[in-house]
Write a protein that binds this ligand. Structure first.
Ligand code: PMP
Length: 350
């Protein structure tokens, strides 16, 4: 979370907008919360330049993991199959979940090369309802930097870990979803942006609160929304606008990630990154020490220096530096300095 946002939330915690009450106490049915929700949505629309045929932005429960099921439940319609692009930990999870509802055709996969790149040659099947992919694989550290042309096939994207970090042409997508806890705000709310012609096809067994059309109709208030998370997300959207918007976030993440990759590539084999150049993530920099036994030493010394949460995803091991929008340059500089001196001190241990 950006510090400016946390400070503002602290300042107005007991007394929101001179109302005498906290946003935590505000009933979602009242005008105060509706004002917050609508402002958040307007700011997001402005940030991403969302076209008019995406009239509703949904704030939903259940995280991105719930969307792995809700997308097929809502978009399959009369089709029997969907296309998925298999690029790592999160896309594999999403396609396994979709298999509970329909046939999943894997249109491209990089599994054979340990997910070290994003596949460019997608073999879409004409009978599929949509094609689902993950724009940034948070655990693997691999990111799409270009999306292939898919003709008329609706593209569905899990953008959880790179949403709002780079410009986005919303009109290329049928549906975009992202849970909040990376670049949007605190955990608890999931943003869903859906094109209007894809609404209204939900399977009859879809729980009503998970029906996109019903939530759109009810202004995302079919049940009590996660009010405080929506409020904080709104403060983050406002902060993003004040920073110069998404273009600034892209410049920041390019600058920060390229300086970290530089340290890895210039380390004469002390550090390594398993991802091919041109496919590396600007959000999650995954790396390891060539000598595996040094990884726990790296992590424990980094923690003593105040460099926290650098352990890689449990299934991947190694290290991971996540450079979400709120990460300041000073944090990246401190990590770079630590990595250089660690390599210097342990150079002869490889
Ligand atoms: N997709 C991606 C790309 C993710 O990074 C994550 C969480 N790290 C998820 C889905 C799952 O999100 P949630 O925990 O909100 O369900």
């Amino acid at each position: 979370m950006p510090h400016e946002v946390l400070r503002q939330a602290k300042q107005e915690f007991l007394d929101w907008d001179g109302s005498g009450f906290s946003m935590l106490e505000t009933p979602f049915t009242g005008d105060a919360f509706k004002k917050v929700l609508h402002q958040a949505r307007d700011d997001l629309r402005e940030l991403l330049n969302i076209p008019d045929n995406y009239p509703r932005i949904l704030f939903m429960h259940g995280g991105a993991s719930a969307q792995f099921s809700l997308v097929p439940l809502n978009l399959l319609g009369s089709a029997r199959s969907v296309d998925h692009i298999d690029t790592g930990y999160w896309s594999s999870k999403s396609l396994r979940e979709a298999r509970r509802y329909c046939k999943v055709h894997v249109a491209a996969s990089s599994a054979d090369s340990q997910y070290d790149h994003m596949p460019e040659n997608w073999k879409l099947s004409p009978e599929s309802a949509y094609c689902h992919f993950t724009s940034n694989e948070t655990a693997n550290g691999v990111q799409f930097h270009q999306i292939p042309e898919t003709g008329g096939v609706p593209l569905v994207v899990d953008m959880t870990s790179d949403f709002l970090s780079r410009p986005l042409d919303v009109s290329r997508y049928g549906l975009i979803y992202a849970s909040a806890q990376k670049n949007v705000g605190p955990a608890g709310v999931t943003v869903v942006i859906v094109r209007d012609d894809l609404l209204g096809k939900a399977h009859p067994a879809t729980p009503t609160v998970f029906n996109y059309a019903a939530q759109a109709e009810a202004d995302s208030m079919l049940q009590t929304p996660v009010t405080f998370s929506v409020y904080l997300a709104g403060l983050v959207f406002r902060w993003l606008r004040q920073q110069g918007g998404i273009a600034t976030m892209e410049q920041n993440s390019l600058r920060r990630s390229s300086s970290l990759y530089q340290v890895i590539d210039d380390s004469n084999g002390f550090y390594c990154c398993p991802i091919q150049h041109g496919h590396r993530s600007h959000m999650n920099i995954c790396f390891s020490t060539t000598n595996d036994t040094l990884a726990p030493v790296f992590l424990s010394e980094a923690t003593s220096e105040g460099l926290m949460y650098l352990k890689g995803h449990p299934v991947m091991g190694g290290m991971r530096a996540s450079l979400y929008n709120a990460m300041p340059d000073t944090g990246v500089m401190a990590l770079i300095e630590f990595m250089r001196s660690f390599a210097e001190a342990h150079r002869y241990d490889i």
